[in-house]
Structures are given as structure tokens and as C-alpha cells.
Design a binder for this molecule. Structure first.
Ligand code: F0G
Length: 458
């Protein structure tokens, strides 16, 4: 059979409130043309993020009822600890309420001002946590990762020549650890090859620098390795994930992604001294080390979810959705990042709307058009989010103007995706009539969340 089906059936439904184009025009106006300010119930197809938005399985809901809410040493903690230890092979397991809490603990214990943290590409929260303590978050993505149309696997690989250079220049005194993000969210959800992880691991080991993995989407990355890297076709996703974790000294995780849970995360490592420092801060910020900001029921659902994320049929179905979208875009001539990512598809707003300059935010124009046309909520990853400033304070646009359509796990059905393609195709037909936007309000930091926009007329 050619058709890949959802490896689940639906036992419970959540109603989507459908709305009309006229209503959506009013909604967007009320939200000052910023989709972050819309009410979620006004977004029938909400692709703002894949984080914490997934649907839990019957096994997870059943596990939730088994949650042991004892303060210390609960049964649920042991279930969580043993599952995470089994997959990551790490000695010290610290539960956190989400990924950024794990990053903050790492940043505030072993990173000091002036340090450098290399990564293939830092996610916003990892970057912010390291910069907050005065360190530099350095992106060392391979050249191929910057070519958004190049259709080759493993565009999340780290530039190992650049990594060697940075180590030579700064030494291990300035680099408390280095990271790799799997899959590379900010670089289009692209996978990292095992060969690259191995090479990075060896370079760091030789230099005496610890290696951490930002493993939010480790199971999706394992799937890409199985499908595309020589020597892995006959391995299970769990075997691949275990092999990957053996190569690192520690990891940070947001269980809101490949934990298939709505909240949660963890920090793991082997180093006893670091674990002691992490634990002390965990107690201060998150909670006792056997729950770390989570309830017993959360720990249970994550323990089950981690196993389900590593099921091959689940990943095959998930990836089939992404590939389906990519193929449809290809046939319609809609500019998008190739290959499709593990958790999202990315439209190229620059090519989609070449008549709108970066200074008028083509990504916002496209995001808003998708909302008005079909109630689809995506997110701009372009100059509103990533522009910098020159010495005179002028805005320097982001090199890329992308729109991310992140796919929540096990939430939408095939007809929702057919509808999505129809909405995008309709906007594509009207693209010449779309207009850019200007700010009417912007905050000093993370302006995309609270910005207000007005359409540029004329
Ligand atoms: N690392 C990566 C690669 C992420 O994508 C995220 C979150 C985090 C860390 C932080 O985890 O949200 O649990 O604190 N990404 C979400 C997204 C928010 O929409 O891409 P968190």
C-alpha cells in the first residue's frame, strides 16, 4: 500500500469553532494585525507551534490517573527517571517544568560572562539564557544549512572546521561546553547526522570540552537518521537515540515536543559535580529533585510519551504529513524551505511576496493573509523576529523572511492538511495584491510577541 495512514483512531474530539472571512478580518484588526494577539479559539487551524500542543494517547491519559503526587520519591518520578535514563544513558536526571528551565539551570551554574557557547543554531530561549549571563551564543551551522532551497538531508549539521577554529582561538577556559540542537528548529527543523554528532563529540572530547545536546526533537532526528544515513536502516529509533546520547555528556529537553506531553522537560548529565550544582539550583527554582516543577501525573505522561515518540509507525506517519505538504507546494510552485523539516514546513515570504521589501515585513503580510483566507495561524520568522540594529540604531533586516507552519503532534487530520494547502494556494493566487506592514508599537525586547502593526496602503 502506498498510502500511509494515521497509526491511531480518535476516541475523543475537541470542537474547532469555524469562522467566516468577515469575522477573521475583524479578529485580526482587534489583534492589531499580530496573530500572537488573537484568541486561540478564533484560529481553526493553529500552527503557531508544535510545542505542548500535541494530543496525548489513551495510554498517556491512563498513566495520568496513576500519577503519584507525593512530594518526595514518588512512584511517578521513578517511572520518569528510569525511562529518561534508559533512553539517554545518563546518570543524573533532573526534571524541569519545560526546556528553558533546564537551559537556565545550565546557564546559571556553569556559564560565566565572556564565555562562548557554540551550537549549530541556538533556539531563542537557549540564546537568551546564555546571553543573560553575559556569554556569547555562537551559531556554527554548515554552509548547506543556509541555502534554504538546497534539497539535501542533514542541513542541521554543525560546521566542524569552524568549531575547531573557535576552540583553537578561545580554548576550553572560555568554552564551558558546546551544544547541538536536534533537529535544528531555527534552521528549518533540519536534521543532524550521526556522523556529524560523532565528529563534534570527538573534537570536544579531544579538547576536554563537555558536549550537550538540545534534544527537544530527538526522536524526529532519529527518524531522519534511520531513513537517510547509511548503516541505520535496520536500527530501531530507540537504538539510534541511545547511540546519539552516548556521544554527549548531557542534554536539555523540552518534553512539550518529543515527550508528546503538554508540559515538562529535563536536564541530564554524567558529571557528579555539575549534577550537584544543577540540583541545588533546581531546588531553588523548580522544586524538589524528584518532581522539579512537574506534578506526578505530568511525569507519568512524559514517561509514556517518550516511548511513543520513538515508535517507527508514528514517526513515519508524522513525516508523511510533512512530505505531503512539501510535495503539494512543489507542484503548485509555492516557495518553501527544502527539504521539509521534522516538525514544520517553512514558506519563503521573500519569494512569495517579492514586491514587499523587508522593511515592510513580507512574513507578517503572509502570516496575516493566511489567517484571513482560512483561519490558519502560522508564525513569522523574519525581520520582525530577527532584525538587528547597526551602530546608528537603524534596523538591519534578517537575511531570511520565513513563515513557519508548525504541526502539532497527532492533532490534525489529512483533510485539515488538504484545507491548509488550499488556503495557501488561494493566497498564492492573490499574492500581488498583498501589502506590507509597519509597526505602530514595538517593545524593546522580543518585540514579535506584543507588536502592533498597520497595513501599508497604496
Ligand atoms: N530548544 C528548542 C530547539 C526549542 O524549539 C524550544 C522551544 C526550546 C528549546 C525551549 O523549550 O518551550 O519547553 O521552554 N520551542 C518552541 C517553538 C517554543 O515554538 O519552537 P520550552
Amino acid at each position: 500500500m502506498k498510502t500511509i495512514i494515521e497509526p491511531f483512531r480518535i476516541k475523543m474530539t475537541e470542537a474547532i469553532k469555524l469562522n467566516t472571512k468577515e469575522e477573521r478580518v475583524v479578529n485580526l484588526e482587534k489583534a492589531h494585525n499580530n496573530v500572537f494577539l488573537l484568541d486561540a479559539e478564533d484560529c481553526p487551524i493553529d500552527l503557531l507551534t508544535d510545542s505542548g500542543t500535541g494530543a496525548m494517547s489513551t495510554k498517556q491519559w491512563a498513566a495520568l490517573m496513576l500519577g503519584d503526587e507525593s512530594y518526595a520519591g514518588s512512584r511517578s518520578w521513578k517511572h520518569f527517571r528510569d525511562t529518561v535514563a534508559h533512553i539517554t544513558g545518563k546518570k543524573h536526571i533532573l526534571p524541569t517544568h519545560q526546556g528553558r528551565a533546564a537551559e537556565a539551570i545550565l546557564a546559571q551554574t556553569v556559564v560565566k560572562a565572556g564565555d562562548i557557547i557554540p551550537n549549530n543554531s541556538h533556539f531563542d530561549t537557549t540564546r537568551a539564557n546564555f546571553e543573560y549571563v553575559g556569554a556569547t551564543a555562537l551559531n556554527l551551522l554548515q554552509e548547506k544549512g543556509y541555502d534554504i532551497f538546497l534539497d539535501v538531508p542533514f542541513k542541521g549539521d554543525m560546521d566542524t572546521i569552524a568549531l575547531r577554529k573557535v576552540i583553537e582561538e578561545h580554548g576550553k577556559e572560555k568554552i564551558p561546553f558546546a551544544m547541538i540542537t536536534v533537529t535544528n528548529n531555527t534552521g528549518g527543523g533540519q536534521a543532524v547526522s550521526m556522523a556529524n554528532i560523532k565528529e563534534v563529540s570527538k573534537i570536544l572530547k579531544d579538547a576536554g570540552i563537555p558536549f550537550f545536546i538540545d534534544c527537544c526533537r530527538f526522536a524526529e532526528n532519529a527518524f531522519f537518521i534511520k531513513e537517510n544515513e547509511e548503516g541505520y536502516a535496520n536500527k530501531t529509533l530507540t537504538e539510534i537515540a541511545k547511540e546519539m546520547f552516548l556521544l554527549c555528556d548531557g542534554a536539555t529537553m523540552s518534553a512539550k515536543k518529543d515527550g508528546l506531553a503538554n508540559i515538562g522537560g529535563f536536564l541530564v548529565c554524567n558529571n557528579d559535580e555539575w549534577a550537584q550544582m544543577f540540583t541545588n539550583l533546581l531546588i531553588l527554582r523548580e522544586g524538589f529533585p524528584t518532581y522539579g516543577g512537574l506534578s506526578g501525573r505530568d511525569l507519568e505522561t512524559i514517561a509514556v510519551g517518550l516511548g511513543e515518540a520513538l515508535e517507527y509507525d508514528y514517526q513515519k506517519y508524522r513525516h508523511a504529513t510533512m512530505t505531503y505538504l512539501g510535495d503539494r507546494f512543489e507542484r503548485l510552485g509555492i516557495p518553501h524551505v527544502r527539504p521539509v523539516g521534522g516538525h514544520a514546513v517553512f514558506l519563503d515570504a521573500k519569494q512569495f511576496l517579492p514586491h514587499i521589501p523587508s522593511s515592510e515585513y513580507p512574513g507578517i503580510a503572509l502570516v496575516n493573509a493566511l489567517y484571513i483566507e482560512g483561519g490558519v495561524r502560522g508564525v513569522e520568522l523574519g525581520s520582525v523576529m530577527f532584525a538587528s540594529r547597526d551602530e546608528d540604531g537603524n534596523e538591519v533586516p534578517s537575511p531570511l523572511e520565513l513563515v513557519r507552519l508548525a504541526v502539532p503532534r497527532r492533532v490534525y487530520t489529512q483533510s485539515h492538511f488538504d484545507y491548509l494547502v488550499e488556503v495557501i494556494a488561494e493566497v498564492w493566487k492573490k499574492r500581488n495584491s498583498l501589502r506590507g506592514y509597519k509597526f505602530t508599537y514595538q517593545a524593546e525586547f522580543l518585540r514579535h510577541f506584543t507588536a502592533r502593526f498597520a497595513r501599508v496602503e497604496g
